[in-house]
Design a protein around this ligand. Structure first.
Ligand code: ADP
Ligand code: ADP
Length: 231
C-alpha cells in the first residue's frame, strides 16, 4: 500500500473565478480507509480526481509516496458511480481485459508476472461473481455490476483504490451488502482506499478517518478519526 500527500493544493476550473480546491492539505497513510464527505459541489470529486491524476491543479503538490502526480498511473485504480463496464464483454473478460489494456498503456506492474487467469478467478470468488463469470453486464443488477467494476479495478493489485460515490446508485439493502464487502476487500487486499460520498453515515461506517469538506467549495472543514469498535 502507498500513502498520498496533498500540500496546499489549489484548483481553478478553466474560466472559474472561485476555486474548486482552496489550499487543501491532507496526508493519507498506507492502508488507510479515508472517506471524503460533504454537500454536493463542495469539491470531493475534484479532490479525488486530482489524486487520480484525471484533473490538473493550479498550485500546490499532490504526490504518492513522494512521487509527484501528473497523470493516472497503475498505482491508482478508480471506481465510478456508473460502472462503465464493456457491455459486449462477459464479466470475466471485463475483469481481465482492462488489465491487458493497462499493461500496454501504463507499463507492466508486479501483478503482470502473476497468472492473470488465477488472479481473475480469485477476484470472482472474493466478489461473489463466480456464478456469473460468463454473463454479460446487462443481465446483472446494479450491485453485481459494481462488484465487477471493483474486481476489474483490483485486477492489477493497485496499492490505491479511489472510489467516487460507488454505491450512490444502489438501493439501501444492496448498499449495506456492498459496505461489508468493501471493508472485507480493504482488509484482505491491504489497499489504501479513498472513498467519496455525500452520506455522512456511510462515511463514518466505512472510514478509519473522515475528511469533512466545508459547504463553501474547496475547503476541508475538519478531519475526524473514527474510533475502532471494541473487540
Ligand atoms: P456530483 O455527483 O459529483 O455532484 P455533478 O452532477 O456536480 O456531480 O457533475 C457531473 C459532471 O459535471 C462532473 O463530471 C463534473 O466534473 C461536471 N461539472 C460539474 N459542475 C460543472 C460546471 N460548473 N461546469 C462544467 N462541468 C461541471
Ligand atoms: P462534489 O464532488 O463535492 O459534488 P465537485 O468536485 O464535483 O463537488 O465540484 C466542486 C466545484 O467545482 C463545484 O462548484 C462544481 O460546480 C465545480 N466543477 C466541478 N467540475 C467542474 C468542471 N468540469 N468544470 C467547471 N467546474 C466544475
Amino acid at each position: 500500500a502507498l500513502g498520498i500527500q496533498c500540500d496546499h493544493v489549489w484548483k481553478y476550473y478553466p474560466g472559474a473565478t472561485t476555486p474548486a480546491l482552496r489550499d487543501v492539505s491532507l496526508n493519507i497513510g498506507p492502508n488507510e480507509f479515508v472517506t471524503f464527505v460533504g454537500a454536493s459541489g463542495c469539491g470531493k470529486s475534484t479532490l479525488l480526481r486530482t489524486i487520480a491524476g484525471l484533473e490538473g491543479y493550479s498550485q500546490g503538490r499532490v504526490s504518492v509516496d513522494g512521487r509527484l502526480i501528473t497523470a493516472p498511473g497503475p498505482d491508482r485504480a478508480m471506481v465510478f458511480q456508473h460502472y462503465s463496464l464493456y457491455p459486449w464483454l462477459s464479466v470475466l473478460d471485463n475483469i481481465k481485459f482492462c488489465r491487458q489494456l493497462k499493461t500496454h498503456t501504463q507499463g507492466r506492474t508486479s501483478a503482470d508476472v502473476e497468472d492473470a487467469a488465477g488472479r481473475a478467478d480469485a477476484l470472482l470468488r472474493l466478489m461473489g461473481l463466480t456464478h456469473v463469470a460468463k454473463s454479460y453486464p446487462a443481465a446483472l443488477s446494479g450491485g453485481m455490476q459494481q462488484r465487477v467494476a471493483i474486481a476489474r479495478a483490483l485486477m492489477s493489485r493497485p496499492p490505491i483504490l479511489l472510489m467516487d460515490e460507488p454505491f450512490g446508485a444502489l438501493d439501501a439493502q444492496t448498499r449495506e451488502v456492498m459496505h461489508d464487502l468493501i471493508k472485507h476487500v480493504h482488509k484482505l487486499e491491504r489497499t489504501t482506499i479513498v472513498f467519496v460520498t455525500h452520506d455522512v453515515d456511510e462515511a463514518i461506517y466505512l472510514g478509519d478517518r473522515v475528511v469533512l469538506m466545508a459547504p463553501r467549495p474547496g475547503r476541508i472543514d475538519s478531519i475526524v478519526n473514527v474510533p475502532l469498535p471494541p473487540d
